[in-house]
Design a binder for this molecule. Sequence first.
Ligand code: NDP
Ligand code: SSN
Length: 361
Amino acid sequence: MPSTLLAKPNINNLLSSTAMALCSAFCPRISTNFRPKPFSSFPSKPLLSLSFKVFSSQATDASSQDKFSGRVGFLGLGIMGSPMALNLIKAGCDVIVWNRTKSKCDPLISLGAKYSSSPEEVAANCDVTFAMLADPESAIDVACGKNGAVSGMGPGKGYVDVSTVDVATSKLINEHIKARGALFLEAPVSGSKKPAEDGQLIFLTAGDRSLYELVSPLLDILGKSRFYLGKVGNGAAMKLVVNMIMGSMMASFSEGILLSKKVGLDPSVLVEVVSQGAISAPMYSLKGPSMVKSQYPTAFPLKHQQKDLRLALGLAESVSQSTPIAAAANELYKVAKSYGLSDEDFSAVIEALKAKSQDTA
Ligand SMILES: NC(=O)C1=CN([C@@H]2O[C@H](COP(=O)(O)OP(=O)(O)OC[C@H]3O[C@@H](n4cnc5c(N)ncnc54)[C@H](OP(=O)(O)O)[C@@H]3O)[C@@H](O)[C@H]2O)C=CC1
Ligand SMILES: O=CCCC(=O)O
């Protein structure tokens, strides 16, 4: 694929190319066919975040497509699906939505989306249909169940599943879609509610390359980068590995906050110290201050984090990879769920540790 670093010689592109040059200096494995979004679309500290954005030889850029002109379906309008569908509408796409709980469609309908009464009808009326569903069960049901999207698929159509599911689920949906002569792309996302709102998601795609190329302009509306990882299952596996790491990080961070407090330190200072050192992570800076105040405004529901750990442990088991840290973290999230914290943000896992210390006191 040819390099498309500088599409137009405007100030944004010049800034982007400067950033690319800086990134190249620090990252020899940089992909030359990656084009960062214009500088103005970065929320803050752009130079620093750019250096992470381009840190892969598999991050690719759509060089041949600038615009998707077909009709786009969107199934599943939860925390992630709603802002994603909204961004497509705002970008001028012709969008048809469906959600199990119909009332969640209403704000999007008032902003110009059309509505169809089943996933089948959406798929039948659209060129490409996206699905953002809770878990493997709902992803299979919406795709392959009664009046599911598969029934509305056919040659010339594409199905893009952006839900976080396991490899077997993704392969199953792929088979059903393929049996209808349509194309399939799995494209789970890294990034939470705010990146979804800001069009800054990271897509981990795999499946039909031609569909990947066709929908790249749409992925670029919704995200800041995209990886094409090859055969179906690789996107799901990558997402589960990333979220396995994230779940363990949050559990460990929770232990640190509570330990710092117990030994008489100010946990807010711990959050600040962590943010300045080698283990700093946006997640700690973002969630730490509210965790210290025992507040957990939901961006990524705890039940979904536990689902991802469960699925990641299954993935690890399938290849006999030992993952004791993730297994311990999973137990903690299960305890948190049993305390009624499923719909809180996943940072509420700290509450399970608080309860545990009281149990043993
Ligand atoms: N929140 C986040 O930060 C991120 C989430 N993800 C992943 O994205 C997916 C969606 O997450 P999120 O938006 O947060 O989750 P939500 O719980 O907010 O939304 C889940 C969606 O799935 C639908 N759904 C659930 N069960 C069924 C079912 N049986 N049949 C039909 N529809 C169903 C819900 O419909 P209804 O409205 O009727 O309940 C809703 O539209 C998950 O796989 C999650 O792991 C990925 C990256 C980040
Ligand atoms: O699956 C959820 C991921 C959340 C994030 O990447 O911040």
